[in-house]
Design a protein around this ligand. Structure first.
Ligand code: F6R
Length: 229
């Protein structure tokens, strides 16, 4: 089943998502969350951190990571997660984290059982770094990035545009208990509508998630304005 939660204009979108996450925490002790990074979830993580949640019983797996960047590059996905969430938590509340080492990439079903995957949406419909053409059962693997994804990393402060990355595959993501996809802003409206109302196709990887039994979209009004029903 797919649920679409649209935050009305003027309301605080990141608050809605952070609140829902906080409500879920008590039943997720000992479980694994898998988190996207990037511009969309950043305000949600900052809002979450401001609530001082205790994540010490949660394991956080990184959803993906850029390859070929210096380990200290501020555009690395781990660096973003640290800036927006981990470094803002009290030391005793920090989760166990499972970063991705691009030089020694995990593969197959890594990271194993996922309670909740919080995903962003690429302008080309990508999910994590599963670019268009990715198979619905694709494993965790090294991938070549679409041009826009590569250039997009510069927005995150990357010192150079990465050409490849390592991503959790659509296969392990589809095996998650619950999937959330976050999207905001009018620039995402067309791809959101394609993912929710268009054909289920590998050309729009996000559309493949529609067969998941527990898929929830968190949209602001601008991102939602082209969806039907
Ligand atoms: C990053 C990730 C990507 C982004 C997507 C949207 O971990 O999984 O798929 O979610 O590229 O990025 P933003 O939110 O920056 O528009």
């Amino acid at each position: 089943m797919t649920t679409v939660t649209v935050t009305p204009a003027g309301d605080d979108w990141e608050n809605t998502v952070a609140d829902t996450l906080v409500e879920l925490l008590p039943v997720c002790a000992g479980r694994r969350f898998c988190l996207a990074t990037g511009s969309t979830p950043a305000p949600v993580y900052r809002r979450l951190a401001s609530r001082s949640p205790d994540l010490s019983s949660i394991t956080l797996a990184l959803l993906d990571e850029f390859g070929g960047l210096h380990p200290d590059d501020p555009g690395r996905c781990l660096a973003m997660l640290e800036r927006d969430l981990l470094d803002r938590l009290r030391t005793e509340h920090r989760p166990r984290t499972e970063p991705i080492d691009p030089e020694n990439p995990p593969e197959g079903n890594w990271p194993g059982a996922i309670r909740l995957a919080v995903l962003g949406l690429g302008m080309n419909g990508h999910i994590a770094m599963n670019e268009p053409g990715s198979a619905p059962d694709s494993p965790t693997r090294r991938v070549e990035l679409a041009e826009a994804t590569s250039i997009g990393a510069l927005r995150y402060g990357a010192r150079r545009a990465p050409r490849w990355g390592v991503t959790i595959g659509l296969g392990p993501l589809m095996a998650s208990e619950e999937l959330w996809v976050l999207a905001t802003g009018g620039s995402k409206a067309a791809v959101v509508a394609a993912a929710i109302n268009g054909p289920i196709t590998t050309s729009v990887p996000a559309s493949l998630l529609r067969v998941h039994p527990r898929l929830r979209w968190f949209l602001d009004e601008d991102a939602a304005h082209r969806i039907n029903g």
